[in-house]
Design a protein. Structure first.
Length: 569
């Protein structure tokens, strides 16, 4: 990197740090003001309970934000080590499947078979079928990979993977979901980290050795997620999971609290054997397995380069089912792993895993954020006692600096607006499951997320719109009341409440559009590419650039002015 590049990088780094410090200072001042001066004690029991509830949620949310900002404050890079090719070890690749179609599994197996490796005889691919299907056995035989099944489904996905462990011997294991297609360089960009650790450990004392337990790469998707698709934002916002896997996971490496995501992961067999295999007593077996590996002293590493792509949920019902499972699984696992009392986790690990659990209480948090201004504007209950001057002095600086910090630390991948949209869309459907799990009413049955492409879902989710319509009506009434109060009193005091009611109304309307859906015209996903192509039929030879490709065809720009589409027969 040249001098100018280093200078720009230094300035960007300090710019982020300055905004982070300003955000923390303004947040602390805001919390002191909120705790001691804003609770409406003189306005009755409903106002007091609502005011304290809002304050508690704000405090917990700000603690979560502080942990997040502390991780993102300085992110270390972990460059790929250079390793001699003869040192690459044997590797087992597990593809877990239960109900997915052969067509989907064919793509994944094909991607695995085309992964580069110095000696491909050292790569052993296993199709782990937990549904004992003849067609899957035939697919495995046709493609030249190992087929594994078992007589029952005990332990669900974790049990399936443990069965594969029992039938394989390689020192490293790669886990892929049925829809995740690896890039050709997946192994070449992951295995060297483990080999490098082995080499360095030879010259270290036993107590100084670093044992790499697992390496997590991003879960990326070749189809737009529902937020991108339903809100016509494919080119305006990244995939909802990008920020977590490409930034947060990388940042969590320094505290050894990287979350095992279940797919696109390389694990050391020694780490799995140390904990007795994949954890079978949770519906989020990956989350629990990762914690156990870290508890046993193994190191986890998150890298931000996408090395595999799959399919995100393609309809609202599947999305809700997936997120409910994640939420309930993480909450239950946190309880089973004894996050706060465990002596095997550092303080930083405990805080990061607490933040991971609290994240799934977003439905409760979002309900309180939406209802608090409505309680005042629509029903006349005071929730937040303050003056306009106080709001400008304490709330506004905190709001501005926290938003700028989030933008800068996430490199504009995530904003508070889109975070609020994500939470608002899902909160009505996740609220009850989260509360049930909190009180120990656990979801025990594992259900696979349906990844089949859905067509023409628009207008078929009317029942899902009911909670949003109710809240929209209450918000509109609140807006009218706020405007009336300001005109009658000649005071701008309610303007802050008006701001939040209007902002929440925007979120609710966006959620309504999301739930209403969008007509899907494509039957095959189109992937953007840029590569020089030649079409030659023996008579005419055309040279151009292929711009995108799908299972059914590709688009090619010829001489920059002529667009030619050829269907693959």
């Amino acid at each position: 990197m040249n001098t100018r590049g280093r200078l720009l990088g230094f300035l960007r780094s300090w710019n982020k740090r300055i905004w982070f410090i300003l955000s923390m200072i303004s947040t602390i001042l805001y919390l002191v003001w909120r705790i001691f001066f804003t609770i409406p004690f003189a306005y009755g029991i409903v106002s007091i309970v609502a005011g304290i509830t809002l304050l508690i949620v704000e405090i917990l949310g700000m603690v979560e934000a502080f942990i997040h900002y502390a991780n993102m404050y300085s992110v270390e890079g972990y460059p790929l080590p250079e390793v001699e090719k003869e040192l690459f070890p044997e590797v087992d690749v597990f593809i877990a499947t239960y109900s997915e179609d052969c067509e989907l599994l064919y793509k994944t197996i094909n991607g695995c078979k085309h992964m580069e490796y110095p000696d491909k005889s050292k790569v052993h691919i296993y199709l782990c079928d937990d549904n004992r299907r003849t067609k899957m056995r035939e697919l495995a035989a046709k493609m030249g990979v190992n087929y594994l099944d078992r007589p029952d489904n005990k332990g669900a996905k974790a049990g399936n993977l443990n069965n594969a462990l029992a039938h394989s011997t390689s020192p490293y294991v790669v886990t892929f979901d049925a829809d995740m297609i690896p890039k050709s360089d997946f192994l070449m960009k992951t295995i060297p980290y483990f080999v490098d650790c082995e080499i360095k450990n030879k010259d270290r004392k036993v107590e100084d050795q670093i044992q790499l337990g697992f390496l997590q790469t991003p879960q990326c998707f070749y189809n737009p997620d529902l937020f991108q698709f339903n809100l016509f934002s494919e080119r305006r916002i990244p995939n909802e999971q990008d920020y977590f896997y490409k930034d947060i996971q990388v940042a969590r490496t320094k505290s050894n609290s990287v979350i095992y995501g279940g797919s696109n992961t390389v694990l050391a067999r020694a780490a799995l054997e140390a904990i007795g295999g994949f954890y079978t007593e949770a519906i989020t077996e990956d989350f629990a397995t990762g914690i156990l590996i870290q508890k046993h002293g193994f190191v986890s590493l998150g890298i931000g380069e996408p090395l595999a792509s799959g399919m995100s949920a393609t309809d609202l019902k599947s999305l809700i089912q997936q997120r409910v499972r994640w939420a309930r699984g993480v909450i239950a696992t946190g309880r089973k792993m004894h996050i706060f009392t465990s002596r095997d986790l550092s303080f930083a690990q405990k805080m990061n895993y607490w933040a991971s659990i609290w994240y799934w209480y977003a439905p409760l948090k979002r309900l309180i954020y939406i209802m608090s201004p409505i309680l005042y504007a629509t029903f006349g209950f005071m929730v937040f006692q303050c003056t306009l001057i106080q709001v400008l002095l304490f709330w506004l600086p905190m709001y501005i600096t926290s938003n700028i910090s989030l933008r800068m630390l996430s490199n504009n991948i995530r904003t508070s607006k889109w975070t609020s949209i994500y939470e608002t869309v899902l909160f009505p459907f996740m609220l009850l499951p989260v509360l049930l799990e909190t009180f120990g009413i656990t979801l025990k049955k594992f259900k696979v997320t349906d990844k089949k492409s859905k067509q023409n879902e628009k207008g078929k989710n009317l029942i899902y719109t009911i909670p949003f319509l109710i809240l929209i009506i209450l918000s509109v009434i609140g807006i009218i009341n706020c405007i009336r109060i300001m005109f009658d009193s000649g005071s701008f005091g309610p303007i802050v409440v008006l701001f939040w009611v209007v902002f929440n109304l925007f979120l609710l309307i966006m959620s309504l559009f999301f739930v209403d859906g969008r007509v899907a015209n494509r039957k095959a996903e189109r992937v953007a590419v840029t590569m020089t192509s030649v079409i030659d039929n023996g008579i005419i030879k055309l040279t151009g650039v292929t711009r995108d490709i799908s299972e059914s065809g590709f688009r090619m720009n010829v001489r920059e002015t002529l667009s030619l589409t050829l269907m693959v027969l």
